[in-house]
Design a protein around this ligand. Structure first.
Ligand code: GAL
Length: 350
């Protein structure tokens, strides 16, 4: 009995001590801001962040995270029995904003799906995936491209939308098969000289296209390259460091994880060289159970990049999680090491 009383007193002292430490850290604003791999990530209103297959835009001191807003029930599409075509009703594109990359405020659905018109690209029965937004300095428009598809992924097109502000609403302009080719998983990349590129899995996902965009970023110029021919690369994420361009991508196994690969080139439309799996540590051979979606360059910081992955939960897609990890460089090669959690200050301090 005596022991139990002592133990209870000890616990109370410990809890009191922890709470006091937390309170004084709160007062001093020094509570570490941790990024937790694959854990529930709540927005500033306490709801799970719903922004899958996403990308991040930095604009005027704020980061904007755009992603797929998944519906809350997942089902295997009965009209596609041949492969695991799990889907949710498309909820459109969500947007969250943050200054510190950990606390995200829900800005709303900036490109809503259409609940009425079955013929609309944006009808909720279709596929709206991997939205990415870049800012056009000349037109002063925020330009979104996204994967727009039919329920069975047969249409294989890219949609375009524009807005005057980062938090929408975006006006949908329609979809195309860029360069007369299929377009599914995709990303955008804006170079330092203001030129932008649409990078997409084409030819039944077998070949990755890199397509230059017009000055307003709304169309392809017609100049494009075919890369990693017949290598079935998906989920592309592009970034640039020290004048070198990198593409991180996944293999092609629907919602299931596989091994990541990265490639580098001296220019976007140049020769890309495959450099192997950039991941290391636990489950590195299956990208930590994740799939690439974006590599974020932390604004104004040297060598501060964060690789963003989706950890899909294929039978409960809304409950898919996020894995964000710092990218480390050794010369021109990259290493993305597994961490259960890390302090975001790491990328802000250098
Ligand atoms: C993946 C793709 C995802 C989603 C999924 C559907 O290969 O990267 O974005 O389209 O297939 O099964």
């Amino acid at each position: 009995m005596k022991h139990i009383i002592h133990l209870s007193i000890l616990c109370c002292i410990l809890i009191y001590g922890c709470n006091r430490q937390k309170k004084s850290q709160q007062e001093a604003g020094t509570i570490p801001k941790m990024i937790m791999s694959g854990e529930k990530w709540l927005d500033t209103s306490g709801n799970m962040i719903n922004a899958h297959g996403g990308g991040i835009l930095y604009h005027d001191g704020t980061y904007y995270w755009y992603g797929e807003y998944k519906g809350d029930s997942t089902y295997w599409n009965p009209r596609v029995p041949g492969w695991e075509c799990y889907r949710t009703e498309a909820g459109g594109v969500s947007c969250y904003s943050s200054q510190n990359l950990v606390d995200w405020k829900f800005e709303g659905i900036v490109l809503p799906s259409d609940t009425v018109n079955e013929k609309s690209d944006l009808h909720y029965s279709n596929v709206l995936e991997r939205p990415k937004v870049i800012y056009n300095d000349k037109t002063k428009k925020f330009v979104m491209w996204l994967h727009v598809d039919s329920h069975d992924y047969a249409k294989a097109t890219a949609g375009v939308a524009v807005s005057d502000s980062p938090n929408g609403k975006f006006e949908y302009l329609g979809s195309i098969r860029p360069n007369d080719a299929m377009s599914r998983d995709m990303t955008l990349f804006k170079d330092d000289d203001g030129k932008a590129y649409h990078v997409y899995s084409s030819e039944e996902n077998r070949t990755l296209y890199i397509s230059e965009l017009t000055e307003d970023y709304l169309k392809p110029t017609g100049k494009f390259t075919r890369n990693f021919i017949d290598q079935s690369r998906e989920a592309p994420a592009v970034f640039k460091r020290n004048g070198k361009y990198y593409i991180l991508s996944s293999g092609c196994t629907a919602w299931d994880p596989n091994q990541a690969e990265y490639a580098a080139a001296d220019s976007m439309l140049g020769e890309w060289k495959m450099l192997g799996n950039p991941c290391s540590g636990k489950d590195a051979d299956i990208t930590f159970y994740g799939q690439s979606t974006h590599v974020l360059k932390v604004e104004g910081k040297e060598d501060a990049y964060i690789a963003m992955f989706d950890k899909w939960n294929k039978t409960d897609l809304i409950n898919s999680r996020y894995i964000w990890l710092p990218v480390k460089f050794n010369g021109d090669s990259i290493d993305i090491e597994w961490r259960d959690k890390w302090n975001v200050e790491e990328v802000f301090k250098n």
